[in-house]
Ligand binder design. Sequence first.
Ligand code: MCN
Ligand code: SMO
Length: 786
Amino acid sequence: NADTHGRPGKPQGVGARVPRKEDARHLHGKGNFVADMAMPGLSEVAFLRSPLAHARIASVRVAEQIADKAFVRQAMADARDIVADSTLPTYQVSAQPPLASGKVRFVGEPIAMVFAPTRAEAEDYAEMIEVDYDDLPVYADVASAQAAQGDFVHEQWRDNVFVTLNVDKQFDELAAQAEVVVRRKIDLARQCMVPMEGKAVLAYWDHQADQLVVISATQVPHMIRSVLAQCLDLEQGRVRVVSPDVGGAFGYKCVLQQEELCVAWLAKTFKRPFRFIEDRREHLTAGANSREHHYEMVAYADRRGKLLALDAKITIDGGAYSVWPFTIGLEPGQAIGNLPGPYAFKGYRCVTRAVATNKPGFVPYRGVARTGVCFAMELMMDAIAREVGREPWEIRQDNLVQGEQMPFVNVTGKHLDSGDYPASLQQAMDMIGVNAIRERQRKGEADGRLIGVGLATYTEQAAHGTSVFAAWGTPVIPGFDQATARVTPDGGLELRVGVHSHGQGMETTFAQIANEILGVDVASIKLLHGDTGQTPFSTGTYASRSLVMSGGAVSQACKRLLPRLTHIGAHLLQADPASVAWNGDRLEAGGKSVSVKDVADAWYLRPQLLPPDVDPSGLEVTVGYKPKVDTGCFTYATHAAVVAVDPGTGGVEILDYVVVEDCGTMINPMVVEGQTIGGVAQGIGTAFYEETPYDDNGQPLASTLADYMLPGATEVPNMRLHHFETPSPHTEFGAKGMGEGGAIAPPAVLFNAVNDALKPLGAAELLRTPLSPIRVLAAIAQGSRK
Ligand code: MCN
Ligand code: SMO
């Protein structure tokens, strides 16, 4: 198939632009989402949620009429709280009850649940529950939370801090040599993740299997099975979790959600089906949040802008509860470790802390802490460039780890495995045409707008090994995975993996991996994923790990099958196994050939044709895979943009956007590009539009998509993408994970571009997301007052 641009002889293998197999069902409305499912006797669940951010629950009165359909925490005595524990020494544990118990800790926290034949009825019933509260002081931001002397978010804690991490590497010594010191305060707003589909869970009791079945829109079905079994005190064998089609997840669905536990408890208790579908208002006002980081940065550099040392204080607003399994420790852990990013400096001091406030919990969101650290680091790079009077790209070229230094162990001990960071920067600058932009800026625009150029280079650690997550206090995450590969009786191939594809295109890319090795047509390869009843254990899809780990296991499983197919095939050909050769899915010898289908036919239906010494394990293999090193692999990229700013309205238009990325060998460049473009769109949202503001009482102020703005098709420009393919020395095919990268750089790139545009006006630098027109005008006004 020539239009897949595969290699000669491997038109559907690694590197081919095979169209995504999953698209047809989605484009034709044939997806199978939780909300689409019909089931006799299904009850819909609604939650009564707290209107207050921090209060004691004095009393709850449930109207007589709904007494048999309404539940509070006490009614669920046989369910355990969600406890996300961590091995970090300073960590304070928060127990999250499935329904609030004793007190409420954020607006939107579920207090009671009610079921009815329809959601509308269930919502009406929820209004028949009355709650009396005694107010507690509200900690609506990290400053008030840290100042608290008592009445902490969690009563038994010593203060409102989840966890504090510290690092100091040669800081005093190197900072003392600095000729230039640059300070900035940099902030990222709190935001939601807004997948098209919110939380969605349906649970029922399978009487035949005597099993609780939980169909949940989740990235981590096996993990949800483990934790539900624990929380509901069921044997693992009594719980099956299925993740069907999922309408975007982005990290929002990589943790146990309390509604999942509640609905599962209902099904376990009443042995019939219940469902909860989060609506948009619930998502925006009660769903978990992300991104809110506050940075105090001090850079110590020489006169040319070469960074000697960096001092950073990072405060993360963790909300009320630490999420299971990753815990809030993941965010400060990743922030402190990844702030140096692609740079080679050696002096580093950082304190990072996650603070508990009266807001919804904090969940990893595509890019996780790296979007924040890239924003802070790259804004600092531009600030240093201003200070020393050099171009931002010149400063970066001097500070990046150089190609010939690879592999490189950086100041936080990250093993940067491969690639050429300065070359990616140079390529991006060439593509964006920096010299032409500077020339255009000198001439000025006819329409009075101001043009600016911005850039950012980042690393995306992916496919982390066991030790990496363990260092972040979350020891449950392994740096390996398993896969099953089975040739089916008709010569097709079935792949089973415990990760879940919810838009990443794995049904296609994993089939390409198998095609690369076994030659079976991708149309005849079926990926089974996301059902704990059908797949090997996996902790799931997050941290851009699926391709390297699960895809690596698929590769290994196919490699184990190949000699078995060869052995049987050679016998069918009556040929010496040493004289046969595979050509696609056909085994050839002496002008004759047999196909995988012929081999399958012999194995399943004509055993008398098999060689006498045939391996009775047959045409099915389950095998695990672990990359060669435990530290993960590092995808990296440089993004650059040109913007036009209207100084009259504060409006910003993106005129050009380029991405030069290197995720090692690409399995499917079209999928890599789709992942990148989708991520950049989300990054544009973080940069310009998205914010979940809270008032001093902890009340969320954006409750609809009219207040919570998202980029639409008109705000997302056409992007130009360029790939480097430096194979990772540690993984199958040299592929590196990349599913989050697109969302890491855009806020940094776009802020740098707008700040560059506004420089001639002497405007104040914009240093906090989102970059709204009002803030642009304020920055200009502040400049003219100086
Ligand atoms: N790929 C490739 N070649 C490479 C690297 C990746 O062809 N060298 C392909 C993979 O085969 C896979 C996709 O790109 O089809 C992403 O692979 P990977 O980087 O391993 O990431 P994961 O599959 O583990 O996906 C998780 C990642 C994360 S952490 C978030 S958050 C995110 C993202 O994926 N959420 C997404 N992309 C998303 N895309 C969609 N549509 N929806 C989400 O919820
Ligand atoms: S935020 Mo992605 O699920 O690691």
